[in-house]
Write a protein that binds this ligand. Sequence first.
Ligand code: PLP
Length: 396
Amino acid sequence: MKFYARQSINESDRKAVDDVLQSDYLTQGPSVGAFETGLSKFTGAAHAGTVNSATSALILAYKAVLFQRGFCQGFGDICEKDGHRALIWVAANTFVSTASAARLCGAQVDFIDIDMTSGNMCLDHLTAKLEAAMYLPDIVVPVHFAGVSVDMKRLSELSKRYGFDIVEDAAHGLGGFYDNKPIGSCAYSSAAAVSFHAIKTIATGEGGAVFTNDDHLFELVEGLKSHGVQRKAPMALPDSSADWAPWYYENTALGYNFRMTEIQAALGSSQLERIETFRTHKINLAQTYRDCLANSVVTCLLTDDAMSAHHLMPVLLPEDITEIKKIELFNYCRDGGFQFNVHYYPVNDQPVYADKAGLCPNAMQFYQREISLPFHMDVMPEQAANFAAHLLSFFA
Ligand SMILES: Cc1ncc(COP(=O)(O)O)c(C=O)c1O
């Protein structure tokens, strides 16, 4: 068992992809629309727009929100209003793209420390930072770490009090719930971005989606994801029954090509049908890990089984674990037949954010202690029990 995470592909997935390969469209055909309809139904969000990654989804969501707030006129590079750069605050315990997507939009980035019990953005830290801030953020980005939602009601109250928008980085979250609503419903946010990267809760290889309940925001996202080009250009044709020439398009804003292919979308629809099967399997695995690691030196984080998307199985090692010991543990586990991964080195401590180094001590402590155990469809509960026993034998 080499991997800590892995896609699960079955015969229906293969058939869905093969059907597309034999069809007329590899891109911009019916499968993308069908997947988007399925995603929107699944989450309850009014709109779901597929893209080629969650990183692209974050860029589009940030850009669209900032445009609505009066920044980025014309979608150029300069993201300023009244002499101020746009400001986006993100959770420190995340993959780099939560922050780099913001910088790529021309915004400034700052970081919020995390809660050690969940790995999620600490809302007490956020409140203190908001109270002390000279410039308030335009967007705050919670990350639903491992699939467990941030307290969105409390975050939403803060957003109203301090006037920021919320864009959820829900890369880990599809399949999970908050307040009995699916993650991605955007009940408490302007938009949410999910990932369909190979190891996420459903896989399209690479891929992602933006969810929103805001019609205008969705229009901006759809325009930006496809070159900023509109097909229904008002080019009236005198003496013709057609309103416009069918081949005509207009470039109304600067845009990207972030589109998903038909091949990915067909795979995505097929995977979405099995998302509950994936989650049920992982709920059982999580319980096995928890039973085997109970009252030990290793602390499990995933506790809210009913709600979590169960993307990762994060555990915390003893407080006194060192980097050298953790590398020894990695090799010990590999020799025992399995791999773990670590999520995440705090983004504020990455070299590109040199002026933010050391800003989030909890996130650094979390990184030092965290490992993510093998957690996918090919891991059976008996194997998980063996991995847990092997892990504990290192500390015996
Ligand atoms: C929290 C988080 N945000 C964003 C991303 C970016 O996702 P993608 O690889 O689809 O661009 C990831 C992927 O690892 C992630 O884990």
